[in-house]
Design a protein around this ligand. Structure first.
Ligand code: ZN
Length: 375
């Protein structure tokens, strides 16, 4: 019953949408016979092989073979999942998708409030960066002010309720802060305290750039060194990649993503023009990660530190990528350097060389075997 209603809505939105008009907003379509054509937005080309047919309301690229309907185009172009594509087109067509079920409506409302709290916290952390120990740390690692701004980096001051107080002033409910993982209930059950204190803040966004969580690096000896938002309705580590919102456009063109270990590695790579870099969120790679990457890339280059921990992490990730039938490669960096340090010390040259020389999995495994047996 519910499924049939969802199908009806989908059809209603499809009927109300003109795929030619939709595509035209992104590409300069030219009439060519019964179709409209342009250079394909999903691979690099000089002569147009991307066509849209008004009659069938479908599109296809004869070069890279991608094809689909209005929903599929939006999913590819905006990097969103089907439900979000449906919402976007429904909104434009003036069709309401509001769930009739009150429990689902309440959950959707709570989720919206959590997104709002995360957006507020992001701005607040950002506003605290200037002149802070966090800014000093970022500068010491070689980050420019422009980069910090682009990545919306921030600082969570010491103290237990800075964010709580600021949010209260803005009328943001504590429940929304808690749902976004920003505050922790006090042990006595009496109120909350700030989760992130005296840490550099790395906002983590979904593919559309909406902030859904945070990575926070300690400045002193506090453990853990990196503290991430806990999983919640709006933040699932198994489905997110740090930096993908900024890397996806370049990745779609190059059909390649470079997966690194740390947030600083990713940010520094982008600062040096390597704009296909992303990172996991400190958890093991999942099939959902692989599916997410496949939307933007066919080739995945794992960039890991040359140490044993780095190699183990690469081997584990490889298993997942191979299972997903992705072209997985391993780039080995010069001994003892992470991408961030390497970039600061020697510019993008050595990293680009390592990426270009990335080994296919078979060679990588063979090299590992050879090292173990001292061949
Ligand atoms: Zn194409």
């Amino acid at each position: 019953m519910i499924r049939r209603m969802a199908e009806d809505r989908k059809e209603e939105v499809r009927r109300a949408t003109d795929v030619v008009a939709l595509v035209q907003r992104y590409l300069p379509l030219r009439r060519s016979g019964r179709s409209w054509s342009a250079c394909c937005p999903f691979h690099q080309e000089r002569t147009p092989s991307f066509h849209v047919w008004p009659e069938t309301q479908r599109w296809k690229c004869f070069s890279c073979s991608r094809s689909g309907d209005a929903f599929a185009f939006l999913m590819e172009k905006e990097g969103v999942e089907f439900p979000e594509a449906l919402r976007m087109l429904a909104r434009e067509a003036g069709i309401s998708l509001d769930p009739p079920d009150p429990a689902a409506a309440a959950a959707a409302k709570a989720k919206d409030a959590a997104y709002g709290a995360a957006a507020f916290a992001c701005r607040w952390f950002q506003g605290n960066l200037k002149g802070s120990p966090g800014a000093a740390y970022l500068k010491s690692r070689g980050l420019t002010g422009e980069t910090a701004l682009e990545w919306r980096l921030g600082y969570a001051p010491p103290g237990w309720d800075g964010l709580l107080q600021a949010a209260r002033g803005e009328g943001i409910p504590e429940a929304a802060l808690e749902a976004a993982g920003l505050v922790v209930p006090r042990r006595g059950g009496d109120g909350f305290y700030d989760r992130f204190r005296d840490r550099v803040i790395f906002p983590i966004a979904d593919t559309t750039g909406r902030v859904v969580g945070f990575g926070a690096r300690a400045l002193g000896d506090e453990q853990p060194k990196y503290l991430n938002s806990p999983d919640s309705a709006v933040f699932q580590k198994g489905r997110l990649l740090f930096g993908l919102d900024r890397a996806r456009e370049e990745a779609s063109k190059a059909r390649t993503l470079c997966v690194m270990e740390g947030y600083m590695d990713v940010i520094m790579s982008h600062q040096h023009g390597v704009r296909t870099a992303v990172a996991g969120l400190g958890t093991a790679f999942t099939q959902e990660h692989a599916a997410l990457m496949r939307r933007f890339a066919d080739r995945i280059v794992l960039v890991y530190d040359a140490d044993a921990a780095g190699k183990n992490a690469a081997d584990r990730a490889l298993g997942v990528l191979l299972e997903a039938d992705l072209d997985a490669r391993v780039a080995v960096l010069p001994e003892g350097k992470d991408p961030c340090d390497l970039l600061v010390l020697r510019g993008p040259g050595p990293l680009l060389e390592s990426l270009a020389a990335a080994r296919e999995v078979f060679e990588h495994l063979l090299a590992g075997t050879a090292a173990r047996h001292d061949l």
